[in-house]
Design a protein around this ligand. Sequence first.
Ligand code: NAD
Length: 701
Amino acid sequence: MSNLVSYGRERTIGVITVDNPPLNALSVGVRQGLLDGLAQGLRDAGAKALVIMGAGRTFSAGADIREFDRPLAPPDLNDVIGRIEASPKLVVAALHGTALGGGLEVALGCHYRCALRSTRVGFPEVTLGLVPGAGGTQRLPRLVGAELALRIITSGEPMPAERAHSLGRIDELIDGDLRAGAVAFAERLVAEGRPLRRLSAIDDKLEAARRDPGIFDRFRQEIERPARGYLAPFKCIEAVRAAVTLPFAEGLRRERELFLECLASPQARAQIHAFFAEREATKIPDVPRDTPARPIGTAAVIGAGTMGGGIAMTFANAGIPVAVVEASREALDRGLAVVRKNYAATVEKGRLAPAEMEQRLALIRGTLAWEVVADADIVVEAVFEEMAVKQEVFGRLDRLCKPTAILATNTSTLDVDRIAQATARPGQVIGTHFFSPANVMRLLELVRGARTATETIATAAALAGRLGKVWVLSGNCDGFIGNRMLAGYFREAAFLVEEGATPEQVDRVLYDFGFAMGPFAVSDLAGLDVGWRIRRGKAAARPTDLRYSPVADWLCERGRFGQKTGAGWYRYEPGSRTPRPDPEVAALIAESARAQGIRRREVGDEEVLTRCLYPLVNEGARLLADGIALRPGDIDVVYLHGYGFPRYRGGPMYWADTLGLKRVSDEIARYHRVHGRLWEPAPLLRQLAEQGRGFRDLGRA
Ligand SMILES: NC(=O)c1ccc[n+]([C@@H]2O[C@H](COP(=O)([O-])OP(=O)(O)OC[C@H]3O[C@@H](n4cnc5c(N)ncnc54)[C@H](O)[C@@H]3O)[C@@H](O)[C@H]2O)c1
């Protein structure tokens, strides 16, 4: 028998235990081991029923994703589950930790399921661009009905055991020792003479959908917008429909076809890449996992503006008490009112209980008295984006905070090292670059200064995890990873409209690519005045020999700051967020083109796409060469979580690899010839292209 699965007996119950740390992935050895364990249990005359459980911290997190690269080795998980279900002895799945994907499919193949209350169950396949492939889409609808199954399978979200229990997915909740509880549960089922519940043979729960086949089209329409561009959610619908319309065995075959179709799709490859990139990003070569992290019990945020308020909410949402320090009573009151309003809106949508809102608000303490920072284990500064102001704040924090406290800055453009110089503890200074709205956006760029200590990084990383953020470590440079790359994106968008494209065309092309919004719609949403202020601050340093589009500045000079003023790159009807083309903007664009001597022409969609996106790739290559980003995957994670890059395309660097770097590099070289220095090809990109390699090959010989 495989050493990944063992068999033992407890009184009259045979216990099959999967032990494949860390997550009990259902690798080929585990699949064979389950078959062997089952056979042994069936031979064991003293065993009246069987329990399948996992050793260690979890039942099973599902398939071994790494095996997806190769043809799947026998035994097939479907066959294993079929044999479990066909067992003449009653089989109980005993769940703890997580039962995800294939793990949950094994559990659905068992006749009954019990679980510790802390267990979470779900089908994350859709987030990897896949359909559950071992009967999940056929058995779950037979257990909970088609409609609920659709929701569960297309959401990919794990569900807490108690809720799963209330929906009938789990038959029994267990407190205390799982093995003892599961054995007792199995004994009780035997004593009560309960039948072998084989889900493949039960279909009363499918009746509702059989009577009303329209539910599939309705559901498709419901997810059309949120799942726009994705393949897998729609394949999941097809698979569940097969459960309703076909006999079990045929449905299973259909599910397998859909699974393989998804697995072979570029989307699944991209989403699996994203999955691994997120894990990889948390590995920092000189900050090993056992680097001591300081405990964070309380926090403080300086500034209650747009970002400070959101950051305070993030702490409160994680149960961490946070003091918010402001310069004036008025700013404080305004900031806290926004926080309250944001929570109230969440309550109104039914996503937060009123009592929870009050609990969270109680964790946020606004004050004008700086002394409160003395208690904080970490302080996050989110004041105006001005070096002198930041340095003054950090000098003050250094004097007031306890010696162990970490001092973090939310600056988006300033030099973290210069901010750190205002303190006597540069090792404890780090950039924590949140994205707006900070309580919603999952990305956190941690910015490492020249003297940031590894312990500071480990502490900020651990905190990021508690705050529910996806974090990426960036070196210290203007714009860090995300915004430094983005500069070229907005620059080219503005140039393209001067050359003859329209804002609507540019936005449509990027929307169709998979972004939630194009660059002009985003600018109008974020407010054009922010960038205008930054550009005015840097105007003196702007090279005069480089092309510069003044249109955004002209819009601001006319008070067109975007949605908030009813006009920006577009105009907005009162109370509406729908962008409408505006002849006034078209005239400004034409005037700018005339002044620069640009002959306007028809600009093709393909050019719009490459002009906007290749600068990301080119600058990304520079970030890698400079060591600002540790890995191409880190850049992808930044773009997936901070900028709405479509996950099914894997991120800008992965996407470039799928196009082939030769093609990207040649096109950049061509733009360089046409448009000059702003398109200077990154040496690393050119080198990889010449060698026929991709970003994915970096770090490999
Ligand atoms: N807005 C964004 O999208 C965004 C995104 C990422 C990072 N950032 C960065 O976050 C920081 C804050 O940006 P914001 O958009 O929240 O600005 P904001 O103008 O909305 O808020 C700044 C707040 O800081 C307060 N403040 C100023 N000086 C202070 C002082 N000495 N002591 C205490 N409070 C003081 C102000 O009263 C104001 O309420 C900036 O460094 C900015 O670059 C902003």
